[in-house]
Design a protein around this ligand. Structure first.
Ligand SMILES: [Zn+2]
Length: 147
């Protein structure tokens, strides 16, 4: 049981608290940092789990990246990929849907690709989700080379 950021060993209580709140192992100091980020941006815990899942797979995403208009849950800047975690996709309204589509249009125009991932995928299929994102990153990298 060690912190994913700094490798500090965690006490049972720290470990439990971190798993309950974030679903990943973090020391007290890094839990505090994460809490601030969540408070400021309303970051879903699945974004944190996916962040560390991607890091573990050798990708370095940025959390709560500011794209000039809004904060993006996760961004992989090298291939201009934005990842948003959808927490309420099952009750999406038509207004929300058209807003999402417009946002996607704007980000495509700026050379960014945005994918939206339902939070349950991160919760139940983290490995598969990470593998698919790796494939998307690979595809985007190939496309960048081709230009
Ligand atoms: Zn730490």
């Amino acid at each position: 049981m060690t912190c994913l950021e700094c490798n500090t060993s965690l006490s049972y209580i720290d470990h439990k608290r971190s798993m309950d709140f974030f679903g990943v192992e973090l020391c007290q100091q890094h839990q505090k940092r994460m809490e601030k980020l969540i408070e400021k941006n309303n970051t879903p815990p699945e974004a944190i789990q996916l962040y560390y899942g991607l890091k573990d797979a050798g990708i370095n995403p940025m959390m709560e990246w500011w794209d000039g208009k809004k904060s993006v849950d996760l961004a992989i800047s090298r291939v201009k990929l934005n990842i948003e975690i959808d927490t309420e996709y099952h009750m999406i309204t038509h207004e929300q849907a058209i807003n999402d589509l417009e946002e996607a249009m704007h980000s495509f125009k700026n050379g960014f690709t945005t994918i939206r991932i339902p939070h349950v995928l991160v919760k139940y299929y983290l490995k598969e989700t990470v593998n698919n994102i790796l494939g998307i990153v690979e595809g985007l990298r190939e496309n960048i080379k081709a230009i």
